[in-house]
Design a protein. Structure first.
Length: 254
């Protein structure tokens, strides 16, 4: 079984760049520009990423033997020229296939902006790569897991962001977010902390093992009806019931 990453914009010009500065740590290989902020901060970056690496695998109860290749870019323009996208960060895996119940990816890379304005490091993109060991889940769970591991969205706790959106009636229905097709219509400023908060609630309330089971069984290739049935089977509650309980939890947050 194979799953391909949907990134038609992806370029590999970064592989032709011969003057990357390279620094290896226990679980990472960092590539960055000479005289860049990343070069100045590389010791701090390594410390942050290694701490997040341990946390992600500890919480997910997983083991990983591959090093993560990190490419740090000083500007959006350069990032787009070399790898095809000017976004803050990307986890690149290209294709994963299942062999003897183990998922393996073709690539294991993070491409991130790192400058005075944007320092896209931390747990988010690393979670996308390390969770490949579980397979590819629906966006609500994959992006939610990455935000759960990050804990904060723009330096503010994900639950506090989400509670604020709840009070302003700006949250999306969870059933709407279970459908991957709807993610083309969402505002990331709302949906990222919201999905992270929902996943945090599921993990803290029902445990990581149940979440991992749901993560593995939910699929981007399955229909909405099938995925909603899976959630009810695993959590013994409908999406509406889980959503109601989660919102009650949010209202009690300070």
């Amino acid at each position: 079984m194979k799953i391909k990453q949907d990134i038609t914009w992806y370029k590999t010009k970064y592989l032709d760049k011969k003057d990357w500065l390279i620094k290896k740590s226990l679980h990472y290989i960092f590539h960055y520009f000479e005289n860049s902020l990343a070069q100045k901060d590389i010791k701090k970056i390594i410390k942050i990423q290694e701490e997040n690496y341990k946390k992600i695998l500890r919480i997910l109860k997983l083991k990983n033997k591959r090093k993560l290749n990190y490419y740090l870019y000083p500007s959006k323009k350069i990032k787009e020229e070399l790898m095809g996208d000017d976004g803050n960060g990307n986890a690149i895996w290209l294709e994963i296939k299942k062999e003897k119940e183990i998922w393996k990816s073709k690539k294991f890379e993070v491409h991130a902006l790192y400058n005075r304005e944007i320092q896209c490091i931390g747990a988010h993109e690393d979670t996308h790569l390390l969770s490949l060991l579980l397979g590819i889940s629906i966006f609500l769970f994959s992006e939610g897991l990455a935000e759960f591991m990050s804990e904060k969205w723009h330096n503010k706790d994900i639950d506090l962001w989400t509670k604020n959106y709840l009070e302003k009636s700006k949250l999306y229905l969870i059933k709407f977010l279970v459908n991957n097709k709807n993610w083309d219509k969402v505002n990331e400023v709302i949906v990222y902390p919201q999905s992270g908060s929902f996943v945090r609630y599921l993990i803290n309330t029902y445990g990581i093992d149940k979440f991992k089971k749901a993560y593995k069984e939910l699929s981007r290739k399955k229909k909405l009806k099938s995925n909603t049935k899976t959630i009810k089977k695993i959590y013994s509650k409908s999406i509406k019931e889980l959503e109601k309980d989660w919102k009650k939890y949010l209202k009690e947050k300070n």
